[in-house]
Design a protein around this ligand. Structure first.
Ligand code: ADP
Ligand code: MG
Length: 588
């Protein structure tokens, strides 16, 4: 997170800029255009850069904002300020409708979908009689504050840039929150996010609506800036340009939207000015423009903002969260409660492959159980069946007597089942602390609006304190503020353990947690797991290090080719001839 004073400084600078004596009026017009484009790009930063949803259709939402105020002010005489909520409502509602369809698309279909509705909405704008068809609507009244009518570019400048700065701050607040972490988790796929209770479809829809609202606001301002609208600026070409702006600025960075908008607008202006004069007509400036942008992205593939930010030592000193704040934890099951987890005759078929074949076993309360077997035996699949990532083809899974097979992962984690992944699923550019806090998602309650307005701080402090506590517990306090991607793979697995502990589980599922750890680190992990058992937690772990498993586990289940071949105490398993055969591939 950045300090706030650079933003205040930037705001003061932008406020004073038009007051500079002799500043050319076309600069102000250029700055207005930069601000308008930055607003749309800021939405794309969240949607595309952070959330991973590419949209070429954002310009259409500007169109809804612009046309709403154009129609209401010219045909119905509504005051321009009153049309702002209407413009946002229209853009937001259309975003809900389009979003419900679009965010379900994945891969290439999502951007293609946005192009499709971008094109159709453009034609809609240009064909509707009451929107003035291709001529659009003119004579839109200016914004006014009391007697001050924002008639020229210098006056509406303040409305535009106040919007940019306010929206920038709100967006930063949103990203630095429980909801923000959920949005940032989207880019790394759904499985990990959903395993900690994040409703990924909802989170996607939220960013989609948020981006549309920013575009709608930009469109509303645009209509009162030019005081006329027509369909041209709301087509797919403009949509592509907005995406360009976001990418040039640095698609994951809020202020990158402003930097990108400034660079693209300035480049266009300069090229149009010089090349058009030198080479005459022929759109040579567009060719040079494209080439320069490609060059820029070669030099700064992550966009310009990270490069700019590297020069500014604005980072806030990283503080350790206040540990005094604690979250309530759930009751631990008693030992006499019998089997905590029961897997009964579970089978999972992937086409012709039977990954898990009629497997049954139990994990008792306060027990460390191990699930072992050669590669491909079906261990990870079994984890996925227990945690709801996959639904069993047949069979039953119960937790404390409650059937959980086929339930969604977001529900199962609520009952106290948390896990790690064999293939680490952290968000590499988020800090260890932020990654671990995702584990506590369900233990917080602040929503997006509260987060934007910073009303979530008490809730957030408790989540952060819990995350810090679990990080210290697994022995990574030194790495708390480092990005997860900068840690060694073994340490990343331990971060996953801390993230799972943050969910306050009664059953912890660990998929190869000791892989990549050094001897001492394995000892520490074993000690931690024993301690957790002492506190009333059950652990089910998959592990290939037999020394580690046999020293730690109370009960061992062995799978081979999806079938359970043995079950019992570690000592029994060590001498079981079936198990030896499965591991060594020879008869014992
Ligand atoms: P383990 O974790 O014991 O190494 P897995 O559970 O990952 O084994 O895999 C068991 C079997 O199921 C393997 O043959 C694997 O190729 C197959 N499998 C796992 N997931 C899928 C999937 N999503 N689609 C098809 N086959 C799968
Ligand atoms: Mg596996």
């Amino acid at each position: 997170m950045m300090e706030r004073w650079p933003i205040a400084l930037f705001a003061a600078m932008m406020a004073l800029l038009p007051q500079i004596p002799g500043i050319p009026p076309f600069w102000i017009v250029l700055l207005d255009n930069i601000g308008l484009s930055a607003l749309v790009a800021m939405g794309l930063v969240l949607l595309t850069g952070v959330g991973g949803l590419t949209s070429f259709g954002q310009a259409a939402f500007c169109g809804f904002g612009a046309y709403t105020t154009a129609v209401l002010t010219t045909s119905y005489g509504v005051s321009p300020w009153l049309t702002l909520p209407a413009a946002l409502l229209v853009s937001g509602s259309i975003a809900v409708l389009l979003g419900l369809v679009t965010v379900r698309l994945s891969g290439h279909y999502l951007p293609l979908g946005t192009i499709a509705w971008g094109l159709s909405l453009y034609y809609l704008f240009s064909k509707l009689e009451f929107l003035g068809r291709n001529d659009g609507i003119s004579a839109i009244p200016p914004l006014s504050l009391g007697p001050w009518r924002m008639l020229n570019a210098g006056a509406i400048y303040y409305a535009i840039w106040a919007s940019v700065i306010i929206c920038g701050v709100l967006t930063l607040n949103l990203l630095d929150s429980r909801t923000g972490r959920a949005i940032r988790a989207l880019r790394r796929g759904h499985v990990a996010a959903e395993s900690f209770g994040i409703q990924t479809a909802q989170a996607k829809l939220l960013v989609f609506i948020y981006a549309a609202l920013l575009a709608g606001l930009s469109g509303w301002l645009y209509a009162h800036f030019l005081r006329a609208v027509n369909p041209t600026p709301f087509g797919v070409q403009a949509g592509i340009e907005y995406l360009f702006v976001a990418v040039v600025g640095g698609a994951g960075h809020v202020w990158g939207a402003v930097a990108g908008a400034a660079i693209v607008a300035a480049l266009k202006e300069i090229l149009q000015g010089y090349l058009a004069i030198t080479f005459g007509e022929g759109n040579i400036e567009m060719i040079v423009f494209g080439a320069l942008l490609v060059l820029l992205l070669q030099v700064a593939p992550g966009g310009v903002w990270p490069r700019l930010a590297a020069f500014c030592p604005f980072e806030r000193p990283q503080r350790k969260p206040d540990q005094a704040k604690a979250l309530p934890s759930r009751a631990r099951p008693k030992i006499s409660a019998g089997g905590l987890l029961k897997v009964e005759g579970v089978r999972k078929q992937f086409g012709g492959v039977t990954a898990v074949n009629n497997v049954s076993f139990e994990v008792a309360a306060r027990q460390i159980a191990a699930l072992i077997g050669p590669n491909g035996a079906g261990k990870s699949t079994t984890f996925n069946l227990i945690t709801g990532v996959l639904a069993p083809t047949t069979g039953k899974v119960t937790l404390s007597g409650r059937p959980i097979n086929g339930r969604p992962p977001q529900e199962i984690v609520r009952y106290g089942v948390a896990r790690t992944f064999q293939h680490v699923k952290l968000i590499p550019d988020m800090t260890v602390l932020e990654n671990v806090a995702i584990g506590a998602h369900l233990r917080g309650g602040a929503g997006p609006v509260a987060s934007m307005l910073r009303l979530d701080r008490a809730d957030e402090a408790r989540l952060m304190a819990e995350a810090a506590r679990q990080i210290e517990r697994v022995g990574l306090a030194q790495q708390m503020h480092q990005t997860a991607g900068s840690l060694a793979l073994g340490q990343q697995r331990i971060v996953e353990v801390a993230r799972a502990l943050c969910a306050d589980p009664i059953l912890l599922l660990l998929d190869e947690p000791a892989a990549g750890l050094r001897y001492n680190e394995k000892q520490q992990l074993a000690a931690l797991l024993r301690k957790l058992r002492g506190e009333g937690m059950s652990v089910l772990l998959v592990e290939h290090d037999m020394g580690f498993v046999m020293n730690l586990a109370d009960h061992v289940v062995v799978l081979d080719f999806g079938t359970k071949i043995a079950e019992g105490l570690p000592a029994e398993i060590k001498t079981n001839s079936e198990v030896i055969r499965a591991y060594l591939g020879v008869a014992a």
